[in-house]
Design a binder for this molecule. Structure first.
Ligand code: SLL
Length: 174
């Protein structure tokens, strides 16, 4: 598998989480939510393409076509705190998202597996799950009567140096 020498090609991503307090109504509707759990949160890995609508960063992120990401990112393993049951989660297609409820903040370990064409080892990234708003995190009000959503995101660029020819073709054709 030949490499294209002297080339670096990067893809922008955003990793992070949204979180908000669980309401009394939700507890009433879902008796399975443990009493100790105070928050509902979603961790995700998304492409940072400017075309993505704001809703891509909402709770759940349903209906967001993040297809361009799946071209080169084939699997994300997300390791939660070991207080979680089955704390190693594997997501094999976009959207690369894990939603849970819980009571505490912890460091999430994300392992990004690239398309086989890349011939690259998985990349390990970290994200501090944020539940509580403070001065740096934006807490965005909403008009649906639910508590405000906390957002904590970090932008990153995944750079491939001297990429395999087939991977370079895959990236540039999509
Ligand atoms: C610590 N930051 O280091 C804390 C850990 C863990 C939070 C927080 C799971 C709850 C459950 C949950 O919210 N864990 O599965 O019941 O000590």
């Amino acid at each position: 598998n030949k490499r294209v020498r002297g080339i670096q090609i990067a893809r922008p991503i955003v990793i992070g989480n949204t979180a908000r307090a669980i309401t009394a109504q939700e507890r009433e509707d879902d008796p399975n939510i443990p009493e100790t759990h105070t928050h509902r949160w979603t961790i995700s890995v998304r492409s940072a393409s400017p075309q993505l609508p704001d809703s891509a960063f909402d709770e759940g992120c349903e209906g967001v076509d993040d297809g361009s990401l799946s071209v080169w990112l084939r699997r994300v393993q997300i390791r939660l705190h070991d207080t979680y049951k089955d704390n190693n989660r594997t997501i094999d297609r976009a959207p690369f998202v894990v939603s849970e409820t819980g009571w505490g903040e912890f460091e999430v370990v994300l392992r990004l597996h690239f398309a086989a064409e890349a011939g690259e080892r998985p990349l390990v990234l970290h994200h501090m799950l944020k539940l509580h708003p403070w001065n740096v995190t934006r807490s965005i009000g909403r008009d649906d009567g639910l508590p405000p959503t906390v957002h904590s995101w970090q932008y990153d660029e995944i750079a491939f140096t001297d990429p395999h020819e087939s991977f370079y073709t895959l990236l540039t054709n999509n």
